[in-house]
Write a protein that binds this ligand. Structure first.
Ligand SMILES: Cc1ncc(COP(=O)(O)O)c(C/N=C2\CONC2=O)c1O
Length: 397
């Protein structure tokens, strides 16, 4: 019903994906040159999708535009809470009272604020690694030390090192954990048992936890996301972050959900957070949760096929690459340590030798040497071209 094979032109739309890669990946000041024109690159880096945002969402945005005025706006209409809470209840069997829900122009801005609201200047933030770099940036921005607990990698399947987490959580100066559930970049969907073990460590050490669940709607068929709040139903020091931005390719609309249980932290948020919102973003998010399910189900089918194709391709063309289908996200995490050494700059190599833009190596804080992360949320034809170029450049190096 939906055309995920369609190539959508993104240039001249101020897209990070097409125009921001030099600065973000290579910290370039605009002088860097490559043996490829910008339009010749296969873009598999930043986590947004090459698929059109569902028409049902775009129609809701157009309807709001037709109302004609875009003055100061907040989420006053209870229909938004009903749509989002209904989504969580239907899909995850999890719910929360309306007074715990606030919104933020993105989860990263919320993390930047919450680290400052929750931790004192001399306190530390805990995260598992490899990690989405912005977890470290949120600590850095607030002048807090990030303490890393390396995930255990067993043939491409990652698990939490509970003994290491327990030891690091026991430090009285470590007061907050930013937890990625599901996990970017390894793609893990944490099981209830893993979440309970993690939750026990947090509870024993009275740790604040921000559970970043932005990827929760993007699971492979048969995988079930469990909100951390579901296995810690009575834990007051939990903040849960979710958003339609990854799910429906609307990150540019800057709209996400923050569920704060602690009344004291909520009071601080309400006192310090600038809570006006973009009226078109509210309309889009509400339509996503009310009417986005059909499109999402078809997206799941398409992504599952892209992950399966990637596995077959690597087995045939880069047999020493280690790869497991990600249980969630649209990001493939590929171990190329059989072909590269830790000192090699993989994003630079693949940009110059393959004309592929990807993230990898030390872009994920630590515990990520020789890995590349591939965005598979693109038409199959684009994925195939990207994989062919990656394999050719790797084998010819
Ligand atoms: C775990 C996680 N949290 C938050 C965000 C961003 O939230 P926002 O501020 O957009 O609401 C991302 C986006 N991840 C990206 C974006 O580009 N590459 C990535 O890995 C993410 O992976």
């Amino acid at each position: 019903m939906y055309d995920f094979d369609k190539i959508v032109e993104r240039r001249n739309t101020n897209a990070m994906n097409t125009d921001g890669f030099r600065q973000y990946i290579f910290h370039d000041d605009g002088t860097m040159t490559f043996p490829f024109k910008d339009e010749e690159f296969v873009r598999m880096w930043v986590a947004d999708m090459e698929f059109e945002t569902p028409e049902v969402i775009r129609n809701a945005m157009k309807d709001r535009i037709d109302k004609g005025i875009f003055g100061y706006t907040k989420v006053f209409d209870p229909e938004y809470y009903k749509a989002f809470e209904g989504w969580c209840n239907r899909r995850y069997g999890w719910t929360f009272p309306k007074e715990q829900l606030v919104t933020s122009p993105g989860i990263i801005p919320a993390l930047y604020e919450l680290v400052g609201y929750i931790t004192a200047p001399d306190e530390k933030v805990l995260a598992v690694t490899p990690s989405y770099a912005y977890f470290k940036h949120a600590a850095d921005f607030n002048g807090r030390e990030l303490v890393c607990s390396d995930l255990i990698n067993k043939d491409g399947y990652y698990t939490m090192d509970m003994d290491d987490l327990a030891a690091k959580a026991a430090d009285p100066k470590t007061t907050l954990c930013i937890f990625c559930n599901p996990h970017n970049p390894t793609g893990r969907v944490w099981t209830e048992d893993e979440l309970k073990a993690f939750g026990d460590i947090c509870e024993k050490n009275n740790l604040w936890v921000i559970s970043d669940e932005i990827h929760c709607d993007l699971t492979r068929k048969g995988m079930q996301h469990t909100p951390l709040g579901k296995v810690m139903p009575d834990y007051g020091r939990l903040v849960t972050c979710m958003a339609p931005s990854k799910t429906f390719n609307m990150a540019g609309l800057m709209f996400s959900n923050v569920i704060i249980r602690d009344s004291g932290l909520m009071a601080t948020w309400k006192a310090r957070h600038y809570d006006f919102e973009n009226p078109i973003s509210i309309a889009a998010a509400q339509a996503a949760y009310q009417h986005g399910e059909d499109w999402l189900n078809e997206l799941h089918d398409y992504l599952d096929k892209n992950f399966a194709f990637t596995g077959e391709f690597l087995k045939e063309n880069l047999p020493d690459a280690k790869y497991q289908v990600s249980e969630a996200t649209y990001l493939a995490w590929v171990d190329l340590s059989a072909y590269f050494t830790p000192d090699e700059d993989l994003p630079m190599f693949f940009a110059n030798e393959a004309g592929v833009l990807l993230e990898g190596g030390d872009m994920f804080v630590q515990n990520s040497d020789c890995f590349i992360r591939l965005n598979l949320a693109c038409p199959k034809s684009v994925l195939e071209e990207g994989l062919k170029r990656i394999a050719k450049a790797t084998l010819n190096k």
